[in-house]
Ligand binder design. Sequence first.
Ligand code: HEC
Length: 129
Amino acid sequence: MNKLIGLLLFTSLIGLSNAVSQAQSPTGAPMATADRVQGSGWWPTKGTAAREDYVGPDACAQCHRAKVNGARKTPMAHASMPVADSEALRSHNRLETQIGPFHYQIVSTAQGVEYSVTDGTKSASVPLT
Ligand code: HEC
């Protein structure tokens, strides 16, 4: 009996986590983020506050210092940031990789940081800011 209750609890938890993690349209098809946030409920991407109202983590650190310091060390905290704040770019003048026919580079010079890709014949580049 305990096994059955455990199994029921486990399957209902899976169902709940699927419901939470994947919003679906009335037809049951997964929805794009832009469509999903139009629906009811709150989503992290459902920002209605003005950009200038964002106080930043230092405001929270006044009372939640340990949480803010911990969050700053997570991979997610380093997923996106201004070039000037990037320790990875500061400590590597050249980052490059080859994926299939494409060669990707991020090169830092005194003039700035440039991101480029080439397939050996055509190439494109943009400055990173
Ligand atoms: C003046 C102090 C103060 C500041 C500044 C502050 N908080 Fe809080 N926060 C609290 C207190 C007190 C609690 C309640 C803690 C508890 O119930 O144990 C709390 C609770 C929370 C919780 C709920 C935590 C939980 O476990 O349920 C979150 C999330 C949170 N704060 C986020 C933030 C964020 C984000 C910011 C910055 C935008 C912020 N707080 C700024 C004092 C503050």
